[in-house]
Design a protein. Structure first.
Length: 364
């Protein structure tokens, strides 16, 4: 079921992204030859007008084949050259390239707005003035890899109800009381009672020394989380604010990853690929539809940011080429641009293979 949900999410986000390219290209008078979900081989498709709409076998992306985006003699000087991407003004080319990213942002905004209208899980400290957080509970917001909490099976979204050791217990846990309880029982097994997906469960964890700033810990971050339900106008505004915040957070995360890769402190194992995302999708679905909606919005923001990276084969790489052409006052040789994009695509596929391998290793 998790795989099916993941494929549906991927279908929605990829189609949205490519539809952005597609509709702006069409409205700009550019010929669009193909709109495909997934990568070849082709499973089935239909041709409507001049465009073929295809569903391919490898469901890890999608693409729109725009006439002249990878320029050749026919697109530059052929009979349909006036409808070629490469012969359009630079601002139109940039608009077509940016349209996919904009669509991903709009999808995230829409999903988060719907979430706020329906009741979105929110931190007590982040609620807008005058709003009310309902069903408040101390909730796990992150789990440290290979920590006692992860080994025991605690997950993000678990609501902590009670902590017990052989000498004491805490029936109304708060962030501070949990930290104090763990420090006081640093060498003893602790039974943690929590709720997950409307069921009550228990795990036993033993604190680990020096896990949190020199103090014992079990490897979780916590916050008071509840349900925030807003009227339509306020939900749309808060959805926009949260989407913008996610963009900033995602850009910061990618920047830290790139800097870490340059100075040797980065770790590719921290990147999650398709296999890992399937697992996270399953966890989100287990916690409910609204959690899944929020996670889909997060993936959409990630796709937007990734596509803006100035790397060949990505939208950001093509935008970089446009900027170079604008500065130098002439086109980059088509052969150079096409080879750069092919190499970039190959490297991205290699990265996907490595990340997927790491995902599989984590499961073993």
């Amino acid at each position: 079921m998790s795989i099916l949900i993941f494929l549906i999410i991927l279908l929605v986000l990829v189609v949205s992204h490519e539809f952005g390219h597609f509709i702006v290209a069409k409205k700009s008078g550019i010929r669009v030859d193909e709109f495909s979900f997934g990568f070849p081989p082709k499973l089935f498709g239909v041709k409507k007008g001049e465009t073929s709409y295809n569903f391919n076998a490898l469901p890890f992306g999608g693409y729109v084949k725009i006439f002249g985006e990878n320029p050749d003699e026919d697109s530059m000087n052929g009979p349909d050259k006036n409808r070629s991407f490469v012969n359009k003004p630079k601002y139109i080319q940039a608009a077509v390239l940016l349209a996919g990213v904009v669509m991903n942002f709009l999808v995230a905004w829409l999903l988060l707005s719907i979430g706020f209208m329906s009741g979105l899980p929110s931190s007590l400290g982040s609620a807008p003035a005058g709003s009310t957080i309902q069903n408040q509970a101390l909730t796990v917001t992150s789990v440290t890899p290979q920590s006692p909490a992860e080994v025991a099976g605690l997950k993000v979204g678990d609501k902590l109800l009670k902590l017990e050791s052989k000498n004491s217990s805490s029936d109304t846990p708060s962030v501070e009381s949990v930290r104090y309880f763990v420090r006081q029982n640093a060498r003893d097994p602790i039974t943690v009672t929590f709720s997950r997906a409307n069921s009550t469960e228990q795990v036993v964890v033993t604190p680990k020394e020096n896990l949190v700033e020199g103090a014992p810990g079990i490897g979780i971050s916590m916050d008071i989380i509840g349900t925030l339900k807003l009227p339509v106008h306020q939900a749309v505004w808060e959805g926009l604010k949260l989407s913008s915040h996610l963009v900033v957070a995602t850009v910061t995360g990618f920047w830290d990853l790139i800097v870490g890769g340059i100075n040797g402190t980065g770790n590719i194992s921290s990147i999650t690929g398709p296999v890992g995302i399937v697992g996270v999708v399953g966890d989100a679905a287990e916690f409910g539809f609204i959690y899944l909606l929020s996670f889909t919005a997060l993936i959409s923001i990630n796709l937007a940011v990734i596509n803006l990276i100035p790397f060949p084969a990505l939208d950001g790489g093509r935008l970089l080429f446009l900027l170079i052409e604008k500065i130098k006052g002439s086109r980059i040789k088509p052969q150079v641009a096409n080879v750069a994009n092919m190499i970039g695509f190959g490297l991205l596929m290699l990265l996907m293979v490595v990340v997927t391998y790491n995902d599989i290793v984590k499961l073993l």
